[in-house]
Design a protein around this ligand. Structure first.
Ligand SMILES: [Zn+2]
Length: 57
């Protein structure tokens, strides 16, 4: 499982946790998110702009 961080606001999508608030279940891979996925905090539009980071412990 990886985390992906928004380059603009620092929002982190954690694959292990998903994002229940946005309707993504725990374990949902970032790659499995819909192409129209946008950052919930600042609306960065492109998934490829998100930065893969190590999962915080
Ligand atoms: Zn953002």
């Amino acid at each position: 499982m990886n985390c992906y961080q928004c380059p603009d606001c620092g929002y982190i999508y954690n694959e292990a946790k998903g994002d229940a608030h946005e309707g993504y279940p725990s374990g949902m891979k970032f790659a499995g998110l819909p192409e129209e996925f946008v950052c919930p905090d600042c609306a960065v539009r492109y998934k490829e702009d998100f930065v893969c980071i190590e999962t915080p412990q």
